[in-house]
Design a protein around this ligand. Structure first.
Ligand SMILES: *Cc1c(COP(=O)(O)O)cnc(C)c1O
Length: 340
């Protein structure tokens, strides 16, 4: 048994027992391998190192009250990883391989699934990289698909509390016809400077605008943006947004709870009309936003002045978490109970 202090886990990497790996060679996927090594050995001319042939996923597993491990919407992660692979010309991971890999890695590390009620969960990080050597710019002919896991605490130590964000006008994360809609490492490299700028300014994250007009909301750092006005959940539509599975789920939960939902381009001027705003993603589920500062235009949009999250954001957050841990019925078949 391990003696992890589940209640005080950071959101970070922690070594576990095993990871799983599978190689694509000679046009086909091989056997799933189990490894206890934290390192990988690849060719120095691998395309992932030079030309960014790299995609990843992020998902979570939760321990339910009944002692069963629950995996949230894995088919959506598998589908998105296939899309990312297609987008940068990598071998696609079939869904059955994805599932057997994720099930195996959780089973092998079951003692690291944080207990029910701890607020912690098991973070799952699938990775797909070009390992074949190339010097000319072309896709590799060999790939590595691997998954490691790490128990993680809540993303924000302060808990479910509104944070401040900054409009990013000096950087773009992704281009309209670029790779913003797929989950590739290159997008993250492109976001590091702007995130640093935001953090240095005392902001939890930055809000990217559409790269072409710099007028519409794109994303909140590595999370989707949503807002609430009257009884409607709004979220931006744009070709450079990464389709968040959390956002997709919140839209459904909002509809289940009787709210209207609308996905359409959101002009920055509309920010002054919204009652609540937030960022959403697997890591934090929802990060409520207190205020958004647009330094260059000298404007501030406020959504919370009392340090408390909005009523509807709170309802959505609680409901989605309850589905993930099995506290309320899983009406949409989002949760896979693992027999491990
Ligand atoms: C992964 C990611 C998200 C969140 O997606 P989820 O599936 O909800 O975790 C949002 N934006 C970007 C850029 C991402 O990479």
């Amino acid at each position: 048994m391990n003696n992890t202090d589940w209640g005080n886990l950071p959101f970070g990497y922690m070594k576990t027992n095993y990871n799983v790996r599978c190689y694509f060679r000679n046009g086909k996927w091989g056997e799933l391998e189990i490894s206890s090594s934290e390192t990988i050995n690849i060719h120095m001319a691998a395309t992932s190192l030079h030309y960014g042939q790299e995609a990843f996923e992020g998902a979570k597993a939760f321990m339910g009250k009944d002692g069963k491990v629950r995996l949230f919407r894995w088919e959506e992660n598998a589908k998105r990883l296939r899309n990312s692979a297609k987008g940068i010309m990598m071998a696609e991971v079939p869904d059955d391989l994805y599932f057997s890999a994720v099930k195996k890695v959780i089973e092998l590390n079951k003692e690291f699934v944080p207990p029910y009620g701890s607020g912690a969960s098991l973070y799952i990080r699938p990775l797909l990289i070009g390992t074949g050597a190339q010097v000319g710019v072309k896709p590799a002919d060999e790939y590595l698909f691997m998954i490691f896991v790490s128990p993680v605490g809540p993303y924000f130590k302060s808990g479910f509390k509104p944070v401040n964000m900054m409009i990013c006008r000096s950087f773009d994360r992704a281009a309209p016809l670029g790779t913003g809609h797929i989950k590739v490492g290159g997008n993250y490299a492109a976001s590091l400077q702007s995130l640093k700028k935001g953090h240095d300014g005392g902001f939890a994250s930055v809000i990217y605008l559409d790269a072409k007009h710099k007028e519409y909301i794109d994303e909140c750092g590595p999370a989707n943006f949503f807002a609430i006005k009257d009884n409607t959940y709004f979220t931006p539509e744009s070709s450079s947004i990464l389709p968040s599975i959390t956002n997709m789920s919140l839209i459904q939960v909002a509809e289940d709870l009787g709210y209207e939902t609308l996905r359409r381009p959101i002009h920055i001027d509309e920010l002054s009309d919204f009652d609540e705003a937030g960022a959403c993603g697997t890591a934090a589920v929802i990060t409520p936003i207190a205020k958004i500062v647009d330094e260059i235009e000298n404007k501030t949009y406020e959504f919370s002045t009392d340090g408390k999250p909005g009523k509807i954001s709170t309802k959505l957050y609680k409901r989605l978490q309850a589905i993930q841990t099995g506290d309320v019925p899983d009406e949409h078949n989002w949760v896979e109970l693992l027999d491990i």
